[in-house]
Design a protein around this ligand. Structure first.
Ligand SMILES: CC(C)(COP(=O)(O)OP(=O)(O)OC[C@H]1O[C@@H](n2cnc3c(N)ncnc32)[C@H](O)[C@@H]1OP(=O)(O)O)[C@@H](O)C(=O)NCCC(=O)NCCS
Length: 143
């Protein structure tokens, strides 16, 4: 494993982000399930925290890939969001977010939503900068 790959593994483990929330009335829709826009906002925040923990640099969201809403999330349930860095480029990162739903009264949980968020590290002039300075893809190729 190259030094860059080792650093990516180390930072990926350090940056995994988990947030647990209760689905109470202000977050639900007229179907009495979690409002999709609220779920997206929670996912964006969790992915942003994971990406920031990974590189500790200013980041902007550059895109979201496919988001799958597999199961409705009923009001009165518990959700856990898990954000993990799954791809590291030169100036960009991809974070996968999984959202699990569990009942308040029964053990067990199932995956309800999954999505991918991409971020770019930027400098003071808002230009892209390497997410792993000292371990860039170019340096790895020369090593
Ligand atoms: C993010 C931004 C700085 C990138 O600038 P740019 O000139 O497109 O940058 P580049 O073409 O050099 O690409 C930089 C990196 O982003 C990646 N990228 C660019 N567009 C992308 C997209 N739509 N999806 C995923 N990655 C993308 C490139 O692949 C590259 O990655 P790499 O360095 O790891 O190989 C610019 O698009 C921007 O400011 N966007 C607005 C961001 C914003 O306001 N977000 C909402 C609020 S946070």
């Amino acid at each position: 494993m190259s030094p860059r790959e080792q650093e990516i593994l180390r930072r990926t483990q350090l940056s995994e982000t988990r947030v647990t929330k209760a689905v109470f009335p202000p977050t639900t829709n007229h179907h009495n399930t979690l409002f999709g826009g609220t779920a997206l906002a929670w996912m964006d925040e969790v992915s942003f925290i994971a990406a920031t923990r990974f590189c500790r640099l200013p980041l902007v969201t550059v895109s979201t890939d496919r988001i799958d809403f597999k199961h409705p999330i009923p009001a009165g349930s518990i959700v856990e969001l898990i954000g993990r860095v799954v791809k590291v480029g030169n100036t960009s990162l991809k974070v996968e977010v999984e959202v699990y739903v569990e009942s308040m009264s029964v053990d067990g949980r199932e995956k309800a939503i999954q999505g991918l968020f991409s971020f770019v590290a930027i400098d003071d002039e808002k230009r892209p900068v390497p997410v792993l300075p000292g371990f860039t893809e170019r340096e790895a190729a020369l090593a």
